[in-house]
Every structure is written in C-alpha cells, then in structure tokens.
Design a protein around this ligand. Structure first.
Ligand SMILES: O=C(O)C(=O)C[C@H](O)C(=O)CO
Ligand SMILES: [Zn+2]
Length: 274
C-alpha cells in the first residue's frame, strides 16, 4: 500500500510541482490484473482501484492497517466505473455494471472483485468505521440525479449521491458521482472547504489527451495539479477542491471525517480566491 502522511497548510505553501504531486495525486489507480491502494493519514482514508481482468482479486489485509482482515475496523465502497463484474462479500455475490456501487460493512471478512469478461474496473474508497452496517448494492438507477450549475458558466453537471445516509447507511463514508454536461468543464466552482472532512476526487471519462487542472490549497494560497484520466486527488480538510478540464469528464467524490452532513461546506467567495 502506498502510504501518504498528513500535510499542513503552512508547509504545503512551499511545495514545488513534484512535492504537490507526491502528496496529493494518486497516479496509477488502475493497473491490469492488480488491486492498488493508497493509505492517507488524512482521516485515515484508503482509496484505489481493482482491475481483475481474467482472475479474481482479493482485498488483503495490509501492515498499514495491522488488522486480520481489511474490513475488520473499516467500511468500504466499490464503485464500478466501467465494464461488468461482481463484488463478493463473505460468499454473497453482488453483480455490478458501470454506475453501480457496493457498500461493504465493517466486519466483512472476505471481499473479492470478479469480472468474467475481464472488463470491470472498481474504484475503491474506505474509512474507519465504528459499527457494523449492512452490505448494500446500489444500482445506478436507484440514485436520484440532482442538476447543478448552468451552461452559461460552463459548470452544468449532475450529482448523484450514492452514500449520504438515505439509500445506504454508513459510518463516515459519503460518496457520489458527478457528471459534467457536454460543453461544461468546471466542477465545484465557487469552491469550498470543509475543515471537518477530507475529500478525494477520482477523475475519469476524460479523453486520453485531455487534461484537468485541479485546484487545491488554502483559498487564499491555491496551487494546481495537472491530472489525466483515471487519477485521484486527496484534499486535506483545509484545501479547496475544484477543477476544469480541456474536455468532458466525470468524477467520484468521497468524504470522511467529523460530521455526516453533505451540505457542511465553507463556501469561498470568488473575490477571496487567490
Ligand atoms: O460538482 C460538484 O460541485 C461536486 O461534486 C462537489 C462535491 O460533491 C463536493 O465537493 C462535496 O463536498
Ligand atoms: Zn467538498
């Protein structure tokens, strides 16, 4: 597991491009035939990808957790970003295709990822959990789309909140899928922070040559990362998280931390961004 330590805003002001990328960008989320995870000390979230190809991939315990199995003290969400497959949890198979999500409750001993035709790609997010909650399959069609933004401001987008305490009960994890409308390029602008939660974005559905400029840092001291398709960004609680791309794209966001209120955001006035 790739381990990332927490960073503080005073130190982050001095980071050069390579340091920013090393701390906040997760470059290789999907590797054929592999399950790759990154452990962040920011709220102890874990993120990554599983690309089973021909054979199943098991979620193994890791020394970064030092527990007997991965979900011993954690909850997990697996979002199918493409293809068809299944998530097996303690012998129960949850079939998924693009846009479906499986929430895996704390205490689940065996989790594995399957794809008979080798097409499935699972984006994974996990956080410490204080109680056991039921493992739940959410189909894409179960989630109510919420329209935000406008074409005139190039930020028309649809948000689907998969895990926010309504369809799925979770301990800390909140997770959803935001899709930009054709011609819109901006997400999450006006920007916000939420000092009570860490948030990670996983960008996908970008063309291979397209690039996304992700804005991070304190609102009055912003930096940027150049992000390509299927890469993720870790945003510490003090950081804005917003972006614009050279083409259309989608992203999965997830949060974990102090409270469980999606709307708990500290909005930044455009005049205050630097
Ligand atoms: O497009 C957006 O705006 C988002 O998707 C914002 C995220 O949901 C978010 O940052 C929640 O805190
Ligand atoms: Zn946010």
């Amino acid at each position: 597991m790739d381990v990332r330590y927490s960073t503080n805003p005073a130190e982050a002001r001095g980071y050069d491009t390579a340091q920013l990328r090393r701390h906040y960008l997760v470059e290789n989320v999907f590797v054929p035939g592999e399950l790759r995870l990154t452990y962040s000390h920011e709220d102890r979230v874990v993120l990554g990808g599983a690309m089973p190809g021909a054979g199943p991939l098991r979620l193994e315990p890791d020394d970064a957790l030092r527990t007997d199995h991965f979900c011993e003290r954690r909850e997990l969400a697996a979002f199918c970003v493409g293809g068809r497959g299944a998530v097996n949890c303690d012998g129960n198979a949850y079939p998924v295709e693009r846009g479906d999500l499986v929430y895996v409750g704390r205490g689940t001993r065996e989790v594995s990822f399957h794809s008979d035709d080798g097409s499935a790609r699972f984006y994974l997010a996990s956080a410490p959990a204080h109680r056991e909650l039921p493992t739940t399959l959410v189909k894409a069609g179960d989630v109510t789309p919420i329209e935000l933004g406008a074409t005139e401001s190039a930020n028309a987008r649809t948000i689907r909140r998969y895990i926010d305490g309504t369809l799925v009960q979770s301990c800390q994890l909140m997770m959803g899928w935001t899709q930009l409308a054709p011609g819109s390029v901006w997400n999450t602008m006006p920007a916000h922070t939420h000092l009570r939660r860490t948030e990670c974005y996983f960008y996908f559905d970008l063309d291979e040559d397209a690039r996304l400029v992700h804005i991070l840092g304190e609102p009055d001291e912003t930096r940027h990362l150049i992000v390509r398709n299927e890469q993720a960004v870790i945003s510490p609680a003090w950081s804005v998280h917003s972006g614009a791309a050279t083409g259309s794209y989608s992203f999965i966001w997830f949060m974990a931390g102090e409270n469980y209120r999606f709307d708990d955001m500290d909005h930044i006035a455009m005049a205050d961004l630097r």
